[in-house]
Design a protein around this ligand. Structure first.
Ligand SMILES: Nc1ncnc2c1ncn2[C@@H]1O[C@H](COP(=O)(O)OP(=O)(O)OP(=O)(O)O)[C@@H](O)[C@H]1O
Length: 912
């Protein structure tokens, strides 16, 4: 996390406080700069000066370091040089991107009047400037600043303290680039998992929360956290601020929010409003996420299972990368969202699966729709840019093409026989946007469109007569210029005379140096006025050229003005139906996900899972979705394996599989593949298996792989124990738990004992569906005592002293780890291998297995102590006696009191 100074953001319409002291000694421009800067502390100030944004003082030092640009000086302030650096306006987005990625936030300050107007007010007047926008990681809209395939969430976190312990948190998250707005309320225990799921780019909290020790840990996991003053999180004004934003009298019709959710939601919209400085990006009304509606997955499990990123931080190699066959950015974003939040409602999962099934069955429809979607624009982001005034002609075209694509998709979908509910809902959404709007946009917009509206030339000829007239005038004048060139060449007898144009001189006559004198001497100098002499050319103007130029400029300005008016009009029409357009955009995304999951299922030979409310977990011939694809690229097969953790008929809860097997046999792969299959099933995807029946998993836990977390001062073993503790404390009957090599990071007997006790606890207390892989073969003996524990092993073959990995999971247990054979394969020196073998045979002679079997017989089965017993056991007599002695203060006692105390102590002794 980047730790930030609190931002002071004045409300959009409030003038920044003047700095009287600074004003006394500084130039008027610096005075203006300091005023604006003072009102935007904690942000880098991009101060517009002509074609550059300049940064001064510490901002300049930070920016020059982060961007690798030159630090210069400009004038003095209080006797010292003012450090300065600048970025050209046309490249500003690139620089903004780099500053935001480095965790900074930027206030963009523009000139708000024409420099000529400032001059007219007096020679010393400074051009008026104002901050038009705050650029922060969570409030971006530009394509160039955003990852098209990921959502960009701003998250507000509001806390309600409870004296009984157990704080509650209201969360509201917004993607202003797509208008999504969600809220929920969670307990302190659920906070970390929920934040990991939302994965915001920026979080906002109160100053108090920012400095809170307990929360600090969790907040540090986030990429950027911005502390704000308390008023932003004021519960009393929350409803009113939300109503103002949505321009309604009461929020009741839009959303039913708890007070805490409303507080967070109001904080989020207040921040959006302030960063966009008065512009009002349209947002969907806050949608409330019911708690428990999605599978809870804590941050460690998400990271370990490499859902959206590998442990090395790459998208490539993650589950998302392996299953993402979407063809649009919005589809890719939706798939990532679903993967982050698998559902727990079996009928809802069934509806998603029905849509996928339909496209598995009808491959022609699937491919046709995918090819239409491939060309469809990202309507929601185009709309968002238009709504904050940062859109261009191509965004209007995006809306037009989106509606056209909607019609094409509808035509194709209407050929489906009885579309399932999910597809019918998509069809309804695609019907919503007005077709007249698309027709109007089609007649207004030209074929080739400039990126920015100020370049003009995007309105089609024939759309608006006044515009055509202005353009004709401009173009006719240009023709006049061309004929003038011929006339001047004739009159001067200089064949090579040219009329050219640049931004400094405007139109000018240019001849080579050798003809310059001729034009500067009588009689020609009466017509040609000298302007500039360069090394090879001399430039002139004429009064006739000046007049034509003014005409061209006027006609050009008028044409551009008219185009901009048309742009605003069209933009207004699009925004007026933004809800319909967003619904259609969301429909595209849903369709993209359904067809892409169908394609995945067909390409990779997946099966539709049966998902229900039972506690089953039965996978036939399951495969690891990522490893399988990696092996396939090398032409190697993946060995499928079954897994059954379903309760036996007479038992209520699930099984615990203890998986032993040699190193490199495929234990971790097996564990992960089963977790991933559950997860894929619950996002509504087909799964890599020949059959899968899964009773809803409400929480997924994994403790696999090991990595130090030195930044948090935790060793590998400590990380392992913290994660294991979370599982043992939280897993319930509906959870799915995978544990890989618990206890391996410490001394053998400590590790074995911890693993032993953990298995007993999982079996007796958590009673969750569990896969437990280990190299402690002694643990297999526990199966004799634990009725729902089942031993499984991964088979290998020994061949000519080497081990051959078969990757087959079978009932039974391994007797050896073949660690030395694997070490040999890895290239350890032969001398070390030979020595290791002889040490091993000595150790094996002591036979630890014997001890374990004896332990199973000797130790009573793990008794799960009740919580009350562990938490508040009454003190023993000895402890009571000790406390009483400690409480005595002999120096302050009279002899009589001392004697009484002695009797009292004696009375406390147990009577025997
Ligand atoms: N079912 C399978 N089919 C084909 N190859 C597999 C299979 N399972 C695993 N592998 C291959 O074997 C390699 C080792 O697998 P994995 O890491 O799961 O072994 P492990 O038993 O957990 O090893 P260790 O105990 O050393 O951690 C994988 O990288 C993969 O390439």
């Amino acid at each position: 996390m980047t730790m930030q100074q609190p931002i002071q953001v004045p409300p959009a319409d409030e003038a920044p406080a003047p700095q009287a002291e600074a004003a006394a000694r500084v130039t008027p421009m610096m005075e203006q700069y300091l005023e604006i800067k003072a009102a935007h502390q904690g942000l880098l100030l991009f101060y517009r000066m002509g074609d550059f944004y300049e940064l001064f003082f510490e901002d300049a030092e930070i920016a020059s370091k982060t961007l690798g640009i030159v630090l210069t000086k400009r004038g003095k302030h209080q006797g010292a040089d003012i450090p300065m650096c600048g970025v050209p306006v046309e490249r500003a987005e690139d620089y903004l991107h780099r500053l935001i990625s480095a965790g900074h936030r930027v206030a963009v300050c523009e000139q708000t009047e024409d420099p000529a107007a400032a001059k007219a007010r007096g020679n010393k007047s400074v051009v008026r400037r104002g901050v038009v926008r705050l650029v922060t990681p969570g409030t971006l809209t530009e394509d160039t600043l955003l990852d098209a395939r990921a959502n960009n969430y701003l998250l507000a976190i509001a806390r309600a303290r409870s004296s009984a312990g157990g704080d509650r948190f209201g969360l509201a998250w917004i993607d202003i680039s797509t208008a999504e707005f969600m809220v929920t309320e969670v307990s302190g225990g659920e906070l970390a998992a929920t934040l990991a799921r939302i994965n915001p780019n920026e979080a906002i909290v109160t100053d108090a929360l920012f400095g809170d020790n307990e929360l600090g840990q969790i907040l540090r996991e986030l990429p950027a956290v911005t502390p704000l003053t308390r008023d932003v999180f004021d519960g009393a004004t929350a409803e009113k601020r939300l109503c103002d934003y949505f321009a309604v009298a009461t929020m009741d019709g839009l959303a039913q929010l708890t007070r805490l959710e409303a507080t967070a939601a109001a904080a989020a919209v207040t921040y959006v409003d302030r960063t966009q400085v008065g512009k009002h990006p349209p947002l969907s009304p806050p949608a409330r996420e019911a708690s428990g509606a999605t599978m809870a997955i804590d941050p460690a499990t998400r990271a370990n299972l490499e859902l959206t990123r590998t442990l090395a931080g790459e998208r490539r190699g993650s589950l998302l990368d392996a299953i993402d066959r979407t063809v649009t950015s919005a589809g890719s974003r939706l798939l990532a969202q679903r993967l982050a939040a698998p559902l727990t409602d079996a009928p809802a999962i069934g509806r998603r699966l029905d849509a996928v099934s339909a496209f598995v069955a009808d491959s022609a429809a699937r491919e046709d729709i995918r090819s239409i979607l491939r060309g469809a624009p990202d309507m929601s982001r185009a709309l968002a840019r238009l709504s904050v005034g940062r859109g261009g002609p191509r965004d209007l075209a995006g809306i037009r093409d989106g509606i056209i694509a909607a019609d094409q998709v509808l035509t194709r979908l209407s050929e489906l026989d009885q579309p399932p509910q999910e597809i019918a809902a998509v069809m309804a959404a695609l019907q919503r946007p007005s077709r007249e709007l698309a027709a109007e946009f089609a007649s207004a917009l030209d074929e080739q469109l400039p990126l920015i509206k100020r370049d003009g030339g995007f309105v089609r000829q024939g759309y608006e007569p006044a515009l055509d007239e202005a353009r004709n005038l401009r173009d006719a004048s240009r023709l006049v210029v061309a004929s003038m060139q011929a006339r001047y060449a004739d009159a001067t007898s200089v064949k090579g005379l040219k009329i050219r144009h640049n931004n400094v001189l405007g139109y000018f006559v240019e001849v080579t140096a050798q003809h310059g004198d001729k034009l500067m001497s009588p009689p020609l100098n009466a017509t040609f006025i000298h302007r500039q002499t360069l090394a090879g050319q001399v430039r002139f103007t004429t009064s006739e050229l000046g007049e034509i130029e003014a005409k061209i400029a006027n006609a050009g300005d008028r044409a551009l003005g008219l185009e901009l008016e048309i742009f605003e009009r069209l933009c207004g029409k699009a925004l007026a139906i933004s809800d319909d357009l967003r619904a259609a955009a969301q429909g595209f995304a849903r369709l993209d996900v359904a067809t892409s999951l169908a394609k995945l299922a067909v390409d990779e030979n997946y099966v539709r899972p049966e998902v229900d409310g039972s506690l089953s977990f039965a996978i036939e011939a399951g495969r690891h979705p990522v490893v399988e694809q990696a092996l396939k690229r090398n032409g190697e097969p993946f060995i499928a394996n079954a897994c059954d953790l379903s309760p036996a008929p007479a038992q209520k809860s699930g099984q615990l599989w203890l998986l032993t097997g040699p190193n490199m046999a495929g234990k971790s792969t097996f564990l992960r593949q089963n977790a991933l299959i559950a997860l894929m099933a619950q996002i509504g995807s087909f799964v890599p298996a020949t059959r899968a029946r899964i009773g809803i998993v409400d929480r997924l836990f994994s403790r696999v792989g090991a990595a130090d977390d030195l930044a948090r001062g935790r060793s590998t073993f400590m990380v392992e124990m913290v994660e294991t503790a979370a599982i043992l404390n939280q897993a319930g009957e509906r959870s799915l738990v995978i544990l890989d090599e618990i206890g391996r990071g410490t001394a053998t007997f400590d590790g074995l004992s911890i693993a032993w006790a953990a298995i007993e606890h999982l079996h007796e207390s958590n009673r969750c569906r569990t896969l437990f892989a280990t190299h402690y073969h002694e643990l297999t003996a526990l199966a004799a005592k634990l009725p729902r524990m089942f031993n499984a092993t991964v088979r290998v073959k020994e061949w000519q002293g080497n081990v051959v990995f078969l990757h087959e999971v079978l009932p039974g247990s391994a007797d050896r780890s073949y660690g030395i054979q694997v070490a040999k394969l890895a290239g350890l020196p032969p001398a070390v291998i030979t020595r290791a073998k002889s040490v091993l045979s000595k150790l094996e002679a002591q036979d630890r297995g014997q001890t374990a079997r004896a332990l199973v017989d000797d130790l009573p089965l793990f008794a799960v102590p009740t919580r009350a017993a562990t938490e508040a056991a009454p003190p023993s007599e000895a402890e009571q006696l000790m406390e009483a002695v400690k409480a005595l203060q002999p120096d302050e006692m009279s002899p009589r009191e001392a004697l009484d105390a002695l009797y009292a102590l004696k009375a406390k002794l147990p009577k025997s």
